[in-house]
Design a protein around this ligand. Structure first.
Ligand SMILES: [Zn+2]
Length: 509
């Protein structure tokens, strides 16, 4: 039996429920009628990087080591952040599994997929935020996609467009991606045993047009239509199909800039005096600057002289030079800092986390110290729901994990500004915010109809899918099948060890 996972990035419980109530999502309704429906719990924090790694490994961030889209690193005493990538995963993945067991697999649009693995009997297409230069494998797939004009994400300029245009572009993109995906699958010698298709458009809609209820539903209607095409192509009688999000979406009720608070209470210090002050002023104008510099480029250089993409890149570089950024943080004088987060979960690191990761008792003591300092900050409880020392969620054994995790209270109004947040998320958009829960639909042979009586952890998704498809699991999984009977276990220790060696040999970025 085949297995197909359709990830609609940032699929929102609220919007799906509304769409189902209004009878506008017939395919999801049909899947719910013949199969099992329920709630998926994403990774904590609910971030695409952590969620991607949890899906592909059947484990939580504490085991696979990917906590966030951005990974803090100290280089020459400066704090830098870099995007997490597939290479950062520390445990066996579904790609290792497919290579080891020679299970054919087609994976399309997997975010942050660098380096790109080559699954047997299929293909892997890197999705958004994959390291520059990541190419689909095998090579014919890359050439073919290039000819077809496939782009893994919306261009930056998308975020400045009118909401109606944004919705239209997202719908077109979904249609095109599914066309390309199905043509690629058709081009294979035989249908892949495991398929994953990851569509980012529902997430992009959540970030931009969340407040436009009708437009949001229009994007979801299109998602429903493309799911219908996939279901027809794969056939519910011979494929187990899961449709879910990597995380959900909800209203932006509890936006919060941790660095603003840390800065105000002296826990975070900036380097130098004049430059950060200047930057703080200019960064108030940062978004405006990105917009205007685009216009200035157009005026000064004229269309066609340099590509739109190049203009955008230059404009963003210019603007980001003037925005208060991570390298402005003085690590030697700071006690804590946070990296930006799109979710109602904040993460706080200590400089020692990255300079010299504390272990065991040391780590616990530092977390306790930091926690008690944060608790001294007047009114913190007003907006922080829970302060969860990172160890409780991640396990003290995991280096690189944030020292403290917290969840912001619902209904909290924004604190601080972009300027002092050290690149907090923008408040200008009419976007929503990542949510921890997402809907999940499981249908296919042997799947009982009805509501699941337990929440499905994101690490349970592949164990469940493999079990239902009559495939073995692999040893060391944290997730468990919520349905189906596992066909034994395979050992991936050797494959994982060779990946770890490759990771160490990887050139530093
Ligand atoms: Zn997102």
């Amino acid at each position: 039996m085949k297995a197909l996972l359709i990830v609609l990035d940032g699929l929102s419980v609220e919007v799906v429920e509304r769409g189902l109530r209004e009878g506008r999502l017939p395919t999801l309704e049909r899947l719910g009628g013949v199969g099992a429906t329920g709630i998926l719990r994403s990774a904590v924090p609910p971030d695409t990087a952590a969620a991607m790694a949890s899906l592909l490994t059947g484990s939580g961030p504490g085991r696979h080591g990917v906590f966030s889209l951005l990974i803090p690193e100290a280089r020459n005493g400066l704090l830098r952040v870099r995007p997490a990538q597939y290479a950062d995963i520390r445990v066996p993945t579904l790609f290792d599994y497919s290579a080891r067991t020679r299970t054919s697999m087609a994976a399309f649009g997997i975010p942050l997929l660098s380096p790109v693995p080559e699954p047997p009997g299929g293909f892997a297409v890197p999705g958004f935020a994959s390291a520059p230069g990541s190419k689909a494998r095998p090579a014919w797939v890359d050439e073919w996609l290039e000819d077809a004009g496939f782009e893994d994400d919306v261009p930056r300029s998308f975020y400045g467009l009118d909401p109606h245009d944004q919705a239209r572009i997202l719908r077109e993109r979904m249609r095109l991606t599914v066309d390309l995906f199905l043509q690629l699958v058709e081009g294979l010698k035989s249908p892949p045993r495991i398929s994953i298709l990851w569509l980012p458009e529902t997430d992009r809609a959540g970030h931009t047009i969340w407040d436009h209820r009708e437009l949001m539903l229009k994007v979801y209607e299109e998602a429903d239509r493309v799911v219908s095409r996939l279901v027809d192509h794969y056939g519910l009688d011979e494929t187990v199909i899961v449709v879910t999000g990597d995380h959900g979406f909800t209203s932006r009720l509890s936006e919060f800039f941790p660095n603003y608070l840390l800065l105000r209470h002296g826990l975070l210090k900036l380097r130098g005096k004049i430059l950060p002050a200047l930057k703080r002023i200019t960064s108030l104008l940062a978004e405006w600057l990105v917009e205007t510099s685009r216009a200035v480029w157009n005026l000064a250089i004229g269309k066609g002289f340099i590509s739109e993409r190049e203009r955008e890149r230059l404009a963003i570089r210019l603007a980001s030079r003037l925005v208060l950024d991570y390298p402005d943080i003085d690590l030697s004088k700071s006690l804590a800092f946070s990296i930006s987060d799109l979710a109602p979960y904040g993460m706080i690191y200590t400089p020692r986390d990255i300079l010299n990761p504390p272990v065991g008792e040391d780590r616990l003591r530092e977390e306790q110290d930091l926690l008690s300092r944060l608790k001294e900050i007047e009114g913190l409880e007003r907006f922080v729901d829970e302060l969860i020392p990172g160890s409780r969620v991640y396990g003290t054994s995991c280096p690189g994990a944030p020292a403290i995790l917290f969840k912001t209270a619902r209904g909290y109004s924004p604190v601080g500004r972009l300027s002092a947040s050290v690149r907090g998320p923008s408040r200008a958009s009419s976007g929503g915010m990542h949510d921890i829960i997402s809907p999940i639909f499981i249908a296919g042979p042997g799947v009982p109809a009805g509501r699941l009586d337990r929440v499905v952890g994101i690490e349970d998704v592949f164990p469940t899918l493999l079990s239902l498809a009559g495939l073995p699991l692999w040893r060391g999984l944290q997730g468990r099948p919520v349905l189906g009977q596992a066909e034994g276990e395979v050992d991936l220790a050797r494959v994982a060890a060779s990946r770890a060696i490759r990771r160490r040999l990887r050139p530093r970025r």
